[in-house]
Design a protein around this ligand. Sequence first.
Ligand code: 13P
Length: 248
Amino acid sequence: MRKKIIAGNWKMNCTPAQAEALCRKLLPLCEGAQADVVFCVPSVDIPAVTKVLAGSSIAVGAQNMYFEEKGAFTGEISADMLLELGVKYVIFGHSERREYFGETDEMVNRKVKKALSVGLLPIVCCGETLAQREAGIAVEWIRMQVKLALQGICAQDAEKITIAYEPIWAIGTGKTATAQQAQEICGAIRQVLSEIYDQEAAQTMRIQYGGSVNGKNAAELFAMPDIDGGLVGGASLKEEFAVIAHSE
Ligand code: 13P
């Protein structure tokens, strides 16, 4: 039985002081959730957030990380830096990073490998555009994204990875995929995982849905057989996130 994982992706929101206040508000509301709950916060907010969450059941995640060890990579943040701050999860390949910051499948793959090598747990995003969905190539596109992200990663390591299916047309638009649409793709992701690895690895790995998840639709989405929780944007900044964290 896979444990659900419900992660908030705060994106570029909250100064450290605001992050601390939001954590203080959300922590008591989220504690006691059956799922693994993660706050993926801006890098500069990590110290403030880890201080508030210390000793709680809520984990801290980052939204990005570079694959090199250290050195002349101005503006980048290394795996060791995140690790030392107490970070547990890192999001890779979010569609916003792919679109605005040129993150390629190859970079995602290198970042995932680096994170795994130090014990950070990757959340790897994939998802199709509306045009791809309408052209009937969503499944093929996502199969390719997943295969490229996992290239050269063994089953034992892959089991530490969470895949987040986030249809781009559903992100921040208020247009959620129906539970059936989300299940169809998450089922296809589990199928490709069983082809890359085997049934055992595919059944162990967790697959989230993301895209306009809210307090009203979360329970129906998370009840689908291949949806093991959610990656939540807008609603993760509100008390509503606690409702989502308890939805299963
Ligand atoms: P919204 O929940 O705001 O649609 O964002 C989803 C997302 O991108 C989470 O990573």
